[in-house]
Design a protein around this ligand. Structure first.
Ligand SMILES: [Zn+2]
Length: 257
């Protein structure tokens, strides 16, 4: 319970962190790059066990060129570089013994969400954009409509708004799912009848989400356009394939444990 309530309180911080994730500030590049296939099976298996959406994660990991770790600037959590097709994570996410990403079990809920966020950028660049699938077409139509021409870089902004929604929904789901998985079926049943937890879970899908880009001087320029409902549905339906239900009872039904 305490964990869930504190998760709710952390949402405002989480959203700020989300806004700052994906920074492209000048940073020291990792001296070596780990083969991303080394993280694939463990991360995908961990997410599969939690019944989280994995199709886009699998595809991103197949396409990703590598991952690395550096001491990132204070305002950055991780960075996907679309030119090199690599992800740089902060040192806190590195397993010092293997040099690769920490095991799924060792990753915090926030760190799992960070991986899902950066893999989304990879999926977006290497799969969705190339195939111009339904998901991409919806995203593009919306990006063109939403932002005035006075506001620069609408496509970067809209991609980050999608990534931000992915961060908060994955973090929220993984947080509650791990907590429930650690309990007995009877204890889970009691939690399912807890209206506060249901409200906290479902409210996350309605949280305000704003995209952003970084200008020439490295400043964050945040949009004041809250991610519309149609875009949220595009993610839930065409990226998550309906596998991360908004409805609390459906998301945490006993049949999913
Ligand atoms: Zn991002």
């Amino acid at each position: 319970m305490g964990r869930i309530q504190s998760a709710a309180r952390q949402f405002s911080f989480a959203i700020l962190a989300v806004v700052l994730a994906g920074s492209v500030a000048p940073l020291t590049l990792p001296s070596s790059w780990a083969d991303s296939t080394r993280i694939s099976s463990d991360f995908v298996q961990g997410m599969t066990e939690l019944r989280a959406p994995v199709r886009y994660l699998k595809q991103a990991l197949q396409n990703l060129s590598g991952i690395g770790f550096v001491a990132l600037p204070e305002n950055a959590i991780a960075v996907y570089n679309r030119l090199t097709n690599r992800i740089t994570f902060g040192l806190e996410m590195q397993d010092r013994r293997t040099g690769g990403l920490k095991s799924f079990a060792e990753l915090s809920d926030d760190e799992v969400a960070t991986v899902a966020h950066e893999l989304f950028h990879c999926y977006f660049s290497t799969a969705a954009k190339r195939t111009q699938d339904d998901f991409y077409e919806e995203w593009q139509k919306s990006a063109v409509q939403l932002y005035s021409s006075a506001f620069g870089r609408p496509f970067d902004v809209h991609e980050e708004a999608y990534a931000a929604f992915i961060t908060i929904t994955v973090q929220n789901y993984v947080n509650i799912r791990r907590m429930m998985a650690a309990r007995t079926p009877a204890a889970r049943d009691r939690l399912r009848r807890n209206h506060n937890i249901a409200a906290i879970y479902e409210q996350t899908f309605q949280e305000s989400v704003f995209g952003y880009y970084r200008n020439f001087w490295g400043e964050f320029i945040t949009s004041d356009v809250n991610l519309p409902r149609t875009d949220r549905e595009n993610i839930l339906t065409n990226l998550y394939d309906g596998e991360l239900p908004e409805n609390f009872a459906a998301a945490f039904a006993e049949s999913r444990f």
